[in-house]
Design a protein around this ligand. Structure first.
Ligand code: PHE
Length: 364
């Protein structure tokens, strides 16, 4: 850029030529119209109205014109810049309005929305069922006892009057723990805790034993190799089967409601004599509906085994059978939970689908 030069004709300064100025305005207006975001408009402003834009550069040339030509050139460039600035301001307003509208939609707050609750974990239906069974027993003054899942063969079988080659040993489908001579099994029932409790706690004794048990069953709708039982053992002076029946009736009522009692059918277990299978009254039809789907029309639902504790078991545990007698029972927790909650497939209990679990987990 040079100082005033009286010889300059504005029309001959290329940047100030009307066509050049008009072109610069056209370019600017095109760029402004093409800008679809505030970012793009910012670039357009820099390119067409910034310090290094064609119009700004042209403006600087005005000083180099002879004074007589400055007014006209100044007016031309000034108007051109005015048009560009107006277009910029208008587009700026449009784009800001668009942005504000979009934000109102995109960032809308639904003040009526319920805030997301933190999902609460639930206890498994088997846990809840076993705890309720234990609670009913505790309510009758019994204690809770527990024993190991990996159990000595002696406690699982020998102490319970199973002969070495008693078929019942095979009947129980036992998982033996290696090495073969270790004498260890995965307990096939909670009954070994009968012997453990007698040895540890002595008599008189009233214990309920919830726990995991194992048998070599294939997993299907009614079997699982890992399941749960609840055992009951009462040893005292003068206990009879009437006490057993009364206890089972209270437990059945505690689990299935008032009036739901139990019945006994003759059976066999090596560790009880006499032995019985126990059923509970169908709580759906109360024995009134031959077409009932819950009990198959029999009016009763199988629950487990029970009986008067065999004197050989008492002797093996150092208890004098002449003075002390008692009864024992053991039932499946899975069956109890399934009938209580209408679960027809045992696999649902162990698959761990939270949608299944979420239906339970709370009990008052
Ligand atoms: N332990 C037996 C079973 O698992 C049930 C039972 C328990 C029977 C106590 C009699 C007494 O089948």
């Amino acid at each position: 850029m040079s100082g005033p030069n009286t010889n300059y004709d504005p029309v001959e300064v290329a940047a100030l030529a009307p066509e050049a100025v008009e072109q610069a305005v056209t370019d600017a207006l095109t760029a402004v119209a093409a800008a679809t975001t505030l970012e793009e408009l910012k670039s357009a402003r820099l390119a067409h109205a910034g310090e290094r834009s064609p119009l700004a550069l042209a403006n600087r040339e005005i000083g180099a014109l002879p004074p007589s030509a400055r007014a006209e050139a100044g007016k031309r460039v000034g108007q051109a810049r005015g048009r560009v600035n107006q277009a910029l301001a208008a587009r700026q307003a449009e784009l800001e309005a668009e942005r504000d509208e979009r934000i109102l939609v995109e960032e809308a707050l639904d003040l009526t929305a319920v805030p997301g609750r933190r999902p609460l974990g639930r206890r498994h239906v088997l846990t809840v069922t076993a705890e309720r069974m234990a609670d009913v027993m505790v309510g009758m003054g019994w204690e809770i006892a527990e024993g190991p899942g990996v159990e000595a063969e002696w406690f699982n079988f020998d102490a319970l009057n199973f002969d070495k080659d008693h078929p019942a040993r095979q009947m129980q489908d036992t998982f033996f723990v290696e090495p073969a001579d270790a004498g260890l099994v995965l307990r096939t029932h909670t009954s070994p805790v009968q012997a453990r409790s007698l040895l540890e706690r002595g008599v008189p004794l009233y214990v309920a034993v919830p726990g995991k048990t194992f048998r070599t069953d294939e997993l299907d709708a009614t079997h699982t190799p890992v399941f749960h039982q609840m055992e009951g053992l009462a040893i005292d002076e003068g206990l009879t089967m009437a006490h057993l029946k009364g206890t089972l009736d209270r437990l059945a009522e505690g689990m299935f409601g008032p009036g739901i009692t139990s019945r006994l059918r003759p059976s066999f277990f090596p560790f009880t004599e006499p032995s019985a299978e126990m059923d509970f009254r169908c709580f759906v039809c109360q024995g009134q509906d031959p077409g009932c789907r819950t009990c198959g029309g029999t009016g009763w639902i199988e629950w487990g085994g029970c009986g008067m504790v065999h004197h050989n078991v008492l002797r093996a545990c150092g208890v004098d059978p002449e003075r002390y007698q008692g009864f024992a029972f053991g039932m499946g927790v899975e069956r109890t939970a399934m009938f209580r909650h209408g679960v027809s497939d045992m696999r649902e209990l162990i698959e761990g689908d939270v949608r299944f679990n979420a239906q339970f987990g709370m009990e008052i």
